[in-house]
Design a protein around this ligand. Structure first.
Ligand code: ATP
Ligand code: MG
Length: 416
């Protein structure tokens, strides 16, 4: 693709909620563009970005479909539209409009079309409605086999006229909408290997949280399969944000200590409390102001109201639960859409299965939990957990060669 002045390919990115931000809008737009620049890294050619009100225009010496693919992963755009740009003259716009519909007619003969013109430059000699009529007539005259259909067109040619340039687009792909990642601050996601926590992380990102991840495994009593999964999941999630780090903490010994202290049916909730205590300390290091989990109310015994309250009581930070009202099937469907389902479905040795009691208490009482915890030196346990935390950078291709979900059963280089 060459970037000529007439009919040069570009991509229009329509802003989502950022557009509603009033006086703060420029801060959000800057963040959106920073994230877009990160997503364009390594794209294999130079790129440029410019803004016209609530639209970002993206172009460069890179195939248009590559730009579209990268932009669709950036949170904060309502739609991503492959487009061409031409100088804002009547002739150039008309020529580009006819060419565009000619290419459409070649693929979809007989289809109904409409032209929608937005004239942002009020100096332009024709009003939007007059321009729509003119372009429609020229297209009909030049391209056989098309018909006008203003009610429910198969194809809508959108023409946006700015002072210097005009953008024409006729394909509209949905974007990820939401707030730009990082505009709401940082969070630390408790990432297990299941379906839920990756979806929760993605939701948190869409509300503007830049996410780092912490995964607890049962080492030294379990194999590292859950770490490989967490790594693959974090890498998939990092495609939607400037990459966050994955912290891996070996919980096995602490789990044993809880069991020896007589946690019994409270074992799982006591472990969760240890997780959020350790995560709270880690969050202070990573600059996170909240924890995120994949809990959904009542989904499993450990996610009753009483148990959730017991976990919250142990956390120094707010625990956000984006999926609290979601059903399992909704979560799995979303996991498929965002690309984490194929990884979550793989088998692993999860630390929660280690020492899990036959029946988990659904009403963990705080006094009983605290009595168990008193039998340990909690500060010492947390310090020991954090002493050996492993930090990885999923998505940093310099660190690990690219691997697909299927490959994550094989240890990635650098992960032991
Ligand atoms: P998921 O599908 O996310 O594993 P789940 O349905 O298995 O969730 P639980 O195992 O009860 O539910 O876990 C609830 C939440 O606690 C998880 O969504 C996750 O945020 C956190 N969590 C559980 N196990 C771990 C772990 N080993 N490492 C990090 N976080 C964990
Ligand atoms: Mg789980």
């Amino acid at each position: 693709m060459t970037d000529t002045t007439t009919g040069a390919p570009c991509v229009l990115l329509k802003h989502g909620e950022v557009f509603l931000k009033g006086r703060n809008r420029s801060r959000f737009t800057e963040r959106l563009h920073d994230n877009l620049r990160v997503a364009l890294r390594g794209v294999g050619g130079s790129t440029w970005i410019k803004t016209a009100q609530n639209v970002t225009v993206l172009g460069g010496q890179v195939p248009q479909e590559v730009l579209v693919d990268r932009a669709r992963r950036v949170i904060g755009f309502n739609s991503v539209e492959p487009a061409v740009r031409v100088p804002s003259t009547l002739d150039e716009i008309t020529r580009a409009a006819v060419e565009a519909l000619r290419s459409v007619a070649a693929e979809r003969p007989g289809c109904g079309f409409a032209v929608r013109v937005k004239r942002r430059d009020k100096q332009f000699p024709l009003k939007s409605s007059a321009m729509e009529v003119r372009l429609g007539a020229r297209i009909l005259a030049a391209v056989p086999g098309l018909r006008v259909d203003l009610g429910s067109p198969d194809v809508t040619l959108a023409v946006e006229i700015d002072r210097r340039e005009t953008y024409l687009s006729w394909d509209r792909l949905p974007g990820l909408s939401g707030l730009p990642t990082g505009s709401s601050g940082r969070a630390l996601v408790l990432l297990s290997g299941g379906y839920d926590s990756p979806v929760a992380a993605h939701r948190a990102m869409r509300r503007g949280l830049a996410c780092d991840f912490v995964h607890f495994n049962g080492a030294p009593y379990t194999n590292p399969s859950s770490v490989y999964k967490a790594y693959a999941l974090a890498r998939e999630l990092n495609r939607y944000q400037p990459p966050g780090a994955l912290h891996v903490i070996a919980l096995g010994r602490a789990q044993k200590q809880l069991a020896v202290a007589g946690a019994g049916r409270l074992q799982v909730v006591a472990q969760r409390r240890l997780m959020v205590r350790a995560a709270s300390v880690l969050a202070a290091r990573t600059g996170a102001e909240a924890l995120v989990t994949g809990d959904s109310l009542g989904q499993v015994a450990s996610q009753t109201l009483a148990n959730i309250a017991a976990v919250d009581e142990a956390s120094a930070l707010p625990v956000l639960r984006p999926l609290i009202g979601w059903e399992k099937q909704e979560i799995i469907d979303e996991a498929r859409r965002i690309g984490t389902a194929d990884i979550s479905v793989l088998p692993d040795e999860d630390c929660c299965q280690l020492l899990a009691p036959p029946r988990v208490s659904t009403r963990a009482g705080l006094p009983h939990l605290q009595a168990v915890e008193k039998r340990l030196d909690l500060d010492e346990v947390i310090t020991a957990l954090l002493d050996k935390v492993q930090v990885m950078h999923p998505g940093d291709e310099a660190e690990v060669p690219a691997a697909t979900a299927a490959e994550c059963a094989v240890p990635p280089a650098g992960v032991r």
